[in-house]
Design a protein around this ligand. Sequence first.
Ligand code: UDP
Ligand code: MG
Length: 309
Amino acid sequence: MKKISVVIPAHNEEGNISLIHQRIKEVFAKLEDYHFEIIFVNDGSRDSTQQILEKLARENEEIKFIEFSRNFGHQPAVKAGIDSSSANAVISMDADLQHPPELIPKMIEQWEKGFDIVFTIRTYPKHISTFKRKTSELFYHLLSGISDVNLVKGGGSDFRLMDASVVDVIRNMNEADIFLRGLSTWIGFKQTGVEFTAGDRASGESSYNLKKMMRFAFTGITAFSVKPLYLAAYLGFIFSAFAVLVYGIYVVHSFIAHTEISGWASLIMTVVFFGGVQLIILGIIGIYLGKMFKQVKDRPNYIIRSNNF
Ligand code: UDP
Ligand code: MG
């Protein structure tokens, strides 16, 4: 019998743990050829998530848990689950039931057809705010545009099935700022997608706000592309060419008209403008430098406080 690990990161999800366990159990009850385990990764929850997990694990042998020493973030949590799996395939999904467990049979079906990665394509239900919808669309557009990874529209959630061969590759990667959505595209292999409609959170609140989403976007872009670094060079060329042109015009003008061109305001504006441009470029270089700093220190992506393996 083939074994499937379902990896679920959980940050303050006390209300959802039993629910999602129940739903997954029902799904696998109908899949006779597979047995499953659920690896919950408690990512520094401040509610009773850990107690619930320990109780559930005592009563059900398919429940595994990993407790982090603090909050490390969603991506490291998924990575931890992937790292600890020894199954034939891993399915990663959110704890809040926005990723319907009922899609699992479809994913397994594609896997059995020979696909190594089965990603999911999310379509939003009508009532999800246009803001969230648009920002997430814009992000994937931007990321696909300026980097070498092509993300499918709506294909950006961490609800995906990975074959053991893919899991092995990901386990051996130790990037400082791990970004699985890009990584799983970059990695290659045979991939296909299945569609689902994202539901609402079953209980609790989303841990992502605008600030976190912005940081996530920056992480994603700078993890997969050095194109922003070229910006400095391009802008440099454009402005230099412009300056030479304008300078030429002024020289000719002063010969013909015999007047000096005064312009204190335009001078100051130019200085301020270029000061701004230089700071932006410096900032971009700084982001990459920071990444290298993190990578060089080679600290682990997460620290485990306890588990029941
Ligand atoms: N999560 C986590 N660590 C965090 C934030 C979130 O492990 O620091 C988990 C969370 O428990 C959930 C998943 O990541 O299972 C997705 O989080 P959330 O639902 O808050 O994000 P959204 O669906 O709003 O993008
Ligand atoms: Mg959610």
